[in-house]
Design a binder for this molecule. Structure first.
Ligand SMILES: NC(=O)c1ccc[n+]([C@@H]2O[C@H](COP(=O)([O-])OP(=O)(O)OC[C@H]3O[C@@H](n4cnc5c(N)ncnc54)[C@H](O)[C@@H]3O)[C@@H](O)[C@H]2O)c1
Length: 255
């Protein structure tokens, strides 16, 4: 039986990289993204060219009805969900000193990155609990966190706080769902070359050149997607609630 991936924020960037990777792995793919399907059609065409079995729903992870519609459409089309990747995320629209951070920006970033992930996980976990085990587990949930879960940036506090929350919700769901055969993991990208990092491209390129990242290059969506694929493999089984840094070694403290 084919396996089914549900990925949020899959029209571009890391999320699209994950959709493509899992299509290559033989999964049926369901994408939920706030963008219209036509906006990043040039990416989605690649799935067609691969002969992938996929569908796209335009929707917002912050909105309950959209989450419910996503899950019910996946079940109607594919019958089950084997993997959920909570990837949809936003940076603050404007980087602002924490002392001037607005409540609107906090609600926008935390609402997307933390609340969206929290409640998408809840509804998909309940769906997985209605499903039979396939092989060694019932399902895998992967949260795309960030190095910012533990690295402070005082000009985008709301982002750091949202990703710190993702770290804890990974632990809570991992603990709750382990006995049910559902494993929950967190992937922490460092600096990945996507639309999100366009505004800081020059700064990060300089930091890479200055040696901040032991693997001295930008990360790619494929770098992240490959690791997500690995943790969903049946051989990755006696572990849950962990995180993996996909950051070129940025997390290593050095003297
Ligand atoms: N790029 C990096 O350096 C980096 C580093 C660490 C973590 N991350 C995380 O990786 C994830 C993907 O980021 P990216 O770099 O590919 O960014 P991106 O902006 O290119 O892609 C994010 C996608 O999420 C979608 N999205 C945003 N809000 C949504 C919502 N409410 N509902 C549904 N879809 C929504 C966007 O439309 C977009 O397609 C994010 O969670 C981000 O925080 C990125």
């Amino acid at each position: 039986m084919g396996r089914v991936l549900a990925v949020t924020g899959g029209s571009r960037g890391i999320g699209f990289g994950i959709a493509k990777r899992f299509a290559e792995d033989g999964y049926q793919v369901a994408i939920l993204d706030i963008n219209a399907e036509a906006d990043y059609r040039f990416n989605l065409n690649i799935l067609d060219e691969m002969g992938a079995d996929w569908f796209y729903l335009q929707g917002d992870t912050r909105i309950r009805e959209d989450r419910e519609q996503f899950v019910s459409e996946i079940v109607a089309r594919f019958g089950r969900i084997d993997v959920l990747v909570n990837n949809a995320g936003v940076a603050p629209k404007v980087r602002t000193d924490v002392l001037d951070m607005t409540e609107e920006s906090f609600d926008y970033v935390v609402g997307t990155n933390l609340k969206g992930t929290m409640f998408m996980t809840q509804i998909v976990a309940k769906q997985m609990l209605r499903q039979e085990w396939t092989g060694v587990k019932r399902g895998t949930i992967v949260n795309i966190g960030s190095a910012s879960a533990t690295v402070s940036s005082s000009n985008r506090c709301e982002y750091c706080v949202s990703k710190a929350g993702v770290m804890m919700l990974t632990s809570v769901y991992a603990e709750r769902l382990a006995a049910e055969g559902i494993m929950v993991h967190e992937i922490r990208p460092g600096v990945i070359d996507t639309d999100m990092t366009k505004v800081v491209h020059e700064k990060y390129t300089r930091l890479i050149a200055e040696g901040q990242f032991p693997i001295a290059r930008w990360g790619t969506p494929e770098d992240v997607a490959s690791v997500v694929s690995v943790v969903c493999d049946d051989r990755y089984i006696y572990t849950t609630g962990n995180y993996i840094d996909v950051d070129g070694g940025f997390h290593i403290r050095k003297l």
